[in-house]
Design a protein around this ligand. Structure first.
Ligand SMILES: [Zn+2]
Length: 144
């Protein structure tokens, strides 16, 4: 459960998802980052600042860190809607539970990528970090 008691009244929080692109053919994993990273924040701009503090970067191709044909590894939240936030079921979630549900095991997944869920790490505003479906990274998906 998220403790929202310190948040200003009337300021909703959202859960912004950073979907890692395996630029250059591999994903980057560390203590904060996995294939799907979700950041709790009041706005896309705040989410992007927090994400950068976690090691996410948004200019990988132009800086030469990412493969130009594969594209940037990370894309910023709010790149289409600006600071306007509209929850959906793929990039902005109204609750952590919705983010988890969107990555939960899918018994009907014909590509078998989500039979055991999609690896997901949620970073809450209070600093907590929560991993879900941790054993389902892309690198070990094929060995089961
Ligand atoms: Zn490439």
């Amino acid at each position: 459960m998220t403790d929202q008691t310190n948040l200003p009244l009337g300021e909703p929080v959202y859960f912004f998802k950073y979907d890692q692109n395996n630029s250059g053919g591999s994903f980057h994993y560390d203590e904060n980052l996995g294939e799907n990273v979700v950041v709790e924040a009041h706005s896309p701009g705040e989410a992007n600042e927090i994400a950068e503090g976690l090691g996410i970067y948004f200019d990988g191709c132009s800086s030469g860190d990412d493969c130009g044909c594969c594209g940037d590894r990370w894309s910023p939240a709010g790149r289409w809607g600006g600071d306007k936030v509209e929850p959906n079921d793929w990039s902005v979630f109204a609750t952590a539970e919705a983010a988890i549900a969107a990555h939960a095991p899918d018994p009907d997944d014909k590509l078998k990528l989500r039979l055991k869920g999609d690896q997901l790490v949620i970073h809450y505003l209070d600093g907590r970090k929560e991993w879900h479906f941790e054993d389902t990274t892309f690198k070990n998906r094929w060995s089961r």
